[in-house]
Unconditional design. Structure first.
Length: 227
């Protein structure tokens, strides 16, 4: 038990260190982005415009990376409350609809037939949905639909399933998907699923990822139902 406590303490220290580094890097990065943005007003040659837009894109990417490192490294202390999932997911998806529609991807919710209540951290569960829906959007072609299904299973468990078609995930990637920094995307951070896994496990839940050529990719979040 002593050793487990020590290991937890050490993890918390690493998390705090990561958070400190993120804060130290974030401020100068903001200054750099602001400086670069100011150059946009100048009449630049095509070549310099290209450098500028590349630099701005990279600064944005670093900013997102820092945000995600914070989400990942922070200790997962939960602020739990009773959440009715059908309505919670409907309202979370409505904020994701606009950015998805801008990319030409549609979101569809299949709610459970009866209300389902879980004891969960609202903000963290929303983060789970954001990360999973974002991945699904990035995986499908324009015009396709991403389906989110809420389902009560057995008498004490619920499923939230995010499904998308498109190219399936190669089997050899499956064990690596939730490892921090694993990405197949040119500008991915590889932290999306690592964060999801941490949050789901903090809720005593389970994360499963299935991908088949015939049916596409389904990511399932299983959580204990609250009676
Ligand atoms: P990122 O999105 O930054 O690459 P993630 O941790 O969110 O990092 O995802 C890791 C990898 O898992 C992705 O790069 C992609 O290869 C794969 N992946 C995740 N979700 C899906 C999905 N819905 N369909 C296909 N591949 C996916
Ligand atoms: Mg992602």
């Amino acid at each position: 038990l002593k050793q487990a406590e020590k290991a937890l303490e050490r993890l918390a220290e690493i998390g705090e260190l990561a958070a400190m580094i993120v804060h130290e890097v974030r401020n100068p990065l903001t200054t750099i982005s602001m400086g670069l943005n100011a150059f946009k007003k100048l009449q630049l040659s095509e070549r310099f415009q290209e450098y500028l837009s590349l630099s701005l894109d990279e600064a944005d990417r670093l900013q997102r990376l820092l945000d995600q490192i914070l989400l990942y490294a922070r200790p997962q202390t939960l602020q739990r409350s009773h959440l009715e999932l059908n309505s919670f997911i409907a309202s979370s998806l409505s904020t994701l609809k606009t950015p998805s529609a801008a990319l030409g991807k549609h979101l569809k919710l299949i709610a459970a037939t009866a209300p389902v209540t879980v004891l969960a951290d609202r903000d963290k569960l929303k983060q789970v949905l954001i990360n999973l829906v974002t991945n699904a959007c990035e995986a499908v072609a324009v015009g396709e639909t991403i389906t989110v299904r809420v389902q009560a299973i057995e008498h004490d468990q619920i499923f939230i399933q995010i499904h998308n078609g498109g190219v399936p995930i190669p089997v050899e990637f499956l064990p690596n998907l939730t490892k921090p920094f694993f990405t197949t995307k040119a500008s991915g951070t590889g932290l999306g699923l690592a964060i999801v896994k941490r949050i789901v496990e903090a809720h005593d839940g389970e994360l499963r990822i299935e991908s088949l050529a015939a049916t596409g990719t389904t990511v399932s979040v299983q959580l204990p139902l609250t009676h």
